[in-house]
Design a protein around this ligand. Structure first.
Ligand SMILES: Cc1ncc(COP(=O)(O)O)c(C=O)c1O
Length: 427
C-alpha cells in the first residue's frame, strides 16, 4: 500500500490502532532503541496504544480521516495506577454528599513542593483552586480592573491573552528573544514597558509552553525585583512544573527571593503530569503574601469556587502521595520520545528545526526555513503529512513559522508522525 493510501484509508477513530501495522516498516533516521519494557516491572506500559474512543476526547474529536492528533496538551497514556485505584475505590463507596477539603490534600501538596521542587511551603499559603486557567482568570478579576494592563511573554499559552481580553483587560506583549537556538526573556523590553505603562500584572509561564524553557533562578529573581519595584503582581503558571526533563530543575517562582514571595501567586496542578485534564477543576495555588492571598481567597469563596469536586481531591492526594515512581518513568519515556524527534530532524537535515524542550511533552518546531505562509504550513502538516498539530501563530508574536507537536503518546505514534513528515517534505 502506498503511503498516501494508508493515510487516506485510516478512519479518525481507528487512527492510532491502524498505525501499528504500518509502523516499523519505514526508516525514520532514528538511531536510538525503544527503552521502555512492555509492560515494565512497575506494571505500567507507555507503549500501549490506549483506545480513547467513546471517552469524548477533544483531541481525537477534531481529527479528519487518517490524521494523527498531536495538538491539544493531554497525553495518550493511562494515568498512574495509584490515581486510578484511588478514584475507583472512592467511587465504589457510592457516597457523594457535600465534602470538605481534608488536611491530607494540603499536606500532599506541601510534601510534593518540598520533595519535587525544594520549596518549603507553609500550610496557610496553599488553597484548592478550580483549574489553572479558571483560577488565573479569577486573579485577573481580583488584581485588575477593566482597561488595566497585563503583560505576557509570547509566544506563550494562548489562553492567558484570550481570557484577559475577554475580561476587558489590555494585554501588552513582551516577546521572548530567540537567537535561532534558544529563547530568553527580554529584560530591557520589560523595563521599558514597566516604566512607560501602569502595568498591574505580569503572567509568567514557568516552565514555558510552548517553547519548553525551565526558567533559571536568575531570570526569575530579575522578574521579581523589577516587578516589586514597579508594583506589578506576578501570576506564575506552573502547570508543567512536574515534567522537567533530565538535567533541569523547576524553580517555583515564589521560592526564588523575598521579592518573588511578596509579588507572586503560583498556580499548579497534577493535571499535566498525571494526565488528568478531563477531571477538570483540579489545581491549587500557593500565595505566600497575605495581602495578595486573602482578597484572592475571599473572591473564590464569594463565588463559591472554593468547593472541590471529590475526584479532584482524591486524584491530587493519590498522585502526590504515591505517584512519584510512575512520574519518573513517564519523564524517562518522554525524554526518549523527544530524543527521537530531535535526532530524526537533525539526521535528515530537514528545513524543520526542533527546539529541544527542557520540560513537558510539547516540542516547538521552527519551520521558517520551509518558506511557507502559516496557512500553507498548517495545510502541509494536516493534509500532506496527515498530522493535526497546534498552529504556532495562535501563541502570539514570534509564533509565525512555527508549530507545536505533542509527543505525549506511544513511541510508535511518534515514529509514524516522523515518517509522515519525512515522506511529505522530501521531493
Ligand atoms: C501553561 C498552561 N496553563 C494552563 C493550562 C490549562 O490548565 P487547566 O486545564 O487547569 O485550566 C495549560 C494546558 O495546556 C497550559 O499549557
Amino acid at each position: 500500500m502506498k503511503r498516501r493510501d494508508f493515510i487516506k484509508g485510516v478512519s479518525a477513530a481507528a487512527c492510532a490502532a491502524a498505525i501499528l501495522p504500518a509502523t516499523g516498516s519505514l526508516m525514520t533516521g532514528c538511531t536510538r532503541p525503544v527503552t521502555s519494557d512492555r509492560p515494565n516491572s512497575h506494571g505500567w506500559d507507555f507503549d500501549e496504544i490506549v483506545d480513547r474512543g467513546g471517552t469524548w476526547s477533544i483531541k481525537y474529536g477534531r481529527v479528519s480521516e487518517g490524521q494523527i492528533p498531536l495538538w491539544i496538551a493531554d497525553m495518550d497514556f493511562r494515568t498512574a495506577p495509584a490515581v486510578s485505584s484511588a478514584l475507583k475505590e472512592r467511587l465504589n463507596r457510592d457516597v457523594f454528599g457535600y465534602t470538605s477539603i481534608p488536611d491530607e490534600f494540603y499536606q500532599s501538596i506541601i510534601r510534593w513542593e518540598q520533595e519535587m521542587h525544594g520549596w518549603q511551603v507553609d500550610r496557610e499559603w496553599v488553597a484548592y483552586c478550580p483549574g489553572v486557567i479558571t483560577s488565573i482568570n479569577q486573579a485577573y478579576l481580583t488584581l485588575t480592573e477593566p482597561g488595566d494592563s497585563i503583560v505576557v511573554m509570547p509566544p506563550v499559552y494562548n489562553l492567558f491573552r484570550m481570557f484577559a481580553e475577554r475580561l476587558g483587560r489590555r494585554v501588552i506583549d513582551n516577546p521572548l528573544l530567540f537567537d535561532g537556538q534558544r529563547y530568553r526573556m527580554d529584560f530591557d523590553g520589560l523595563e521599558r514597558i514597566l516604566s512607560q505603562t501602569d502595568v498591574k500584572v505580569l503572567v509568567l509561564c514557568n516552565p514555558h509552553n510552548p517553547v519548553g524553557i525551565v526558567w533559571d533562578p536568575d531570570a526569575l529573581r530579575r522578574i521579581a525585583s523589577l516587578c516589586r519595584q514597579k508594583g506589578v503582581t506576578v501570576i506564575s503558571d506552573e502547570i508543567h512544573a512536574d515534567l522537567t526533563l533530565p538535567g533541569y530543575q523547576h524553580i517555583p517562582f515564589c521560592s526564588v527571593s523575598e521579592d518573588a514571595a511578596a509579588v507572586g501567586l503560583v498556580f499548579a496542578s497534577p493535571t499535566k503530569s498525571f494526565n488528568l485534564a478531563g477531571l477538570s477543576m483540579t489545581a491549587y495555588c500557593v500565595i505566600p503574601n497575605k495581602e495578595l492571598r486573602e482578597p484572592y481567597l475571599k473572591h473564590l469563596r464569594d463565588l463559591k469556587l472554593d468547593e472541590a469536586p471529590i475526584p479532584s481531591l482524591v486524584a491530587t492526594i493519590a498522585a502526590y502521595t504515591e505517584g512519584a515512581p510512575w512520574l519518573r518513568s513517564l519523564r524517562e519515556y518522554l525524554q526518549d520520545n523527544i530524543r527521537e524527534v530531535i535526532d530524526s530532524f537533525s539526521n535528515n537535515d530537514l528545513a524543520i528545526k526542533a527546539i529541544t524542550p527542557q520540560a513537558s511533552f510539547l516540542i516547538w518546531l521552527d519551520c521558517r526555513a520551509m518558506g511557507l505562509s502559516q496557512d500553507e504550513l498548517m495545510k502541509f502538516f494536516s493534509e500532506k503529512a496527515g498530522l493535526l498539530l497546534s498552529n504556532g501563530a495562535m501563541y502570539g508574536q514570534g509564533g509565525e513559522g512555527f508549530v507545536r507537536v505533542n509527543i505525549g503518546c506511544p513511541r510508535k505514534i511518534v515514529r509514524e508522525a516522523l515518517e509522515r513528515i519525512l515522506l511529505s517534505i522530501k521531493p
